[in-house]
Design a protein around this ligand. Structure first.
Ligand SMILES: [Zn+2]
Length: 408
């Protein structure tokens, strides 16, 4: 009995985690959107956190109040004008080149990628505003973490560098994991380096994660024969438990068919098989597959390959909001909502000021950050309990201004 207990104790905690969405510890895919992989809004255990204008703010849903994430009594937070004092606020997070905000198991994480006066730095913020600390610095000259997520206490990121080798300008790109807890805490591990013959990788990134899997996109140029060059986009899936990486592919996929971003729905991945010969306005097919990419099958077809899909844990949404003006037909801007049996249960549209998709949010509410020319900003939310009765009408967002942003 004792031996059995010791043996089970040897298998790491990470291996026990399920292939479902674990709130509070997992990458919050529902707060991203197609045009931006850098969420600036995160759900915590006691409320929400947002990143805006160099500061992290806490939002309490019940009292609808937005406050800087700083408990220092003598601090002016975002009202401070002296830069040195601003930077000493517990809530300070330079958004000069913001790459998002992440909440994981009671703490917030932020990567300051501004390397003009210091090394790129990973910060950890206490979720009660009592402090922040430097966790990790990328001290190798010219190397930059460009895109990152936190999932189950591990930071996953693209490390990028441009270097000049005499006349040749080359680029370094690789994908890393940096554990934030456990015995390998803060020891970076390279988990992917593009080295396939005849491939020139230009983009490596767009990381997302669900269950025991992390996904990232690779794009670049491919040499066919001597000189001929074609583009490619592919998505890799990293199995956290086994450490294996594979490319997501569907049966019969050709070199001209690409798999880009994956979405999550019903504990599976949903993605578009983009046929580059047909172009954005061509007809395409969405697939559904197991989280490791296996058992892929067609979910439905789409009139235009460029339309976006989103999952909120309950419903699947298809949207033409970011591309409806580009499409050749005159379809109005519309979201289509599907239930777990893929029945279309509703349609809706958004105000003319939304010429992009909003982060689809949780089952209950979608949240956005709004701002006005006056300098006023705040949170706006859409109450999703109206789904089922919208019939193509415009959804309404409720504004909660940050009181500190309103000028008298
Ligand atoms: Zn402060």
């Amino acid at each position: 009995m004792i031996l059995a207990f010791v043996f089970s104790g040897c298998s790491s905690e990470r291996e026990q985690l399920p292939d479902t969405y674990v709130e509070g510890s997992d990458f919050q895919y529902m707060y991203t959107r197609e045009a931006s992989n850098f969420p600036n809004f995160q759900k915590g255990d006691n409320g929400y956190y947002l990143l805006w204008n160099d500061f992290i703010f806490f939002f309490d849903e019940e009292d609808e109040l937005i406050v800087p994430l700083c408990s220092k009594p003598d601090c002016l937070h975002d009202k401070e004008t002296a830069q040195e004092k601003r930077e000493s606020c517990n809530a300070y997070a330079s958004t000069f080149t913001s790459t998002g905000l992440a909440y994981c198991n009671g703490d917030l994480y932020y990567v300051d990628t501004d390397n003009s006066s210091h090394f790129p730095t990973l910060y950890q913020y206490m979720s009660d505003g009592s402090g922040r600390k430097k966790l990790y610095e990328w001290t190798e000259e010219g190397f930059m973490p460009t895109q990152w997520i936190v999932h189950r206490d591990v930071l996953y990121y693209t490390l990028q560098s441009y270097y000049t080798d005499e006349e040749e300008i080359d680029q370094f790109l690789a994908f890393y994991a940096l554990p934030l807890t456990g015995k390998d805490r803060l020891k970076p591990e390279q988990i992917y380096f593009p080295e396939e013959e005849g491939m020139e990788t230009i983009v490596l990134g767009n990381p997302v994660a669900y269950g025991n899997y992390v996904y990232f996109l690779e794009a670049g140029n491919q040499k066919k024969g001597d000189e001929q060059v074609s583009s490619y986009i592919k998505t890799h899936v990293y199995n956290i438990q086994t450490g294996k990486i594979s490319e997501i592919r569907v049966p019969g996929q050709t070199d001209d068919q690409w798999i880009g971003k994956v979405e999550f729905w019903q504990d599976k991945i949903v993605f578009l098989l983009y046929d580059s010969e047909k172009g954005d306005s061509g007809e395409g097919f969405y697939y559904i597959a197991d989280l490791d990419g296996s058992d892929a099958e067609i979910l439905f077809n789409t009139d235009h390959q460029i339309y976006n899909i989103y999952g909120d844990g309950k419903y699947l949404y298809q949207s033409n909001a970011e591309n409806y003006e580009m499409s050749e037909d005159a379809d109005p801007k519309m979201y289509h909502v599907y239930d777990e049996n893929l029945n279309e249960i509703d349609t809706f549209t958004t105000d003319d000021t939304f010429n992009f998709d909003f982060p689809i949010g949780s089952e209950d509410r979608a949240y956005c950050i709004y701002y006005k020319e006056s300098g006023e900003w705040g949170i706006e939310y859409w109450d999703k309990s109206v789904i089922g009765s919208l019939n193509g009408s415009e959804i309404e967002f409720t504004l909660i201004p940050y009181e500190g942003s309103i000028q008298d």
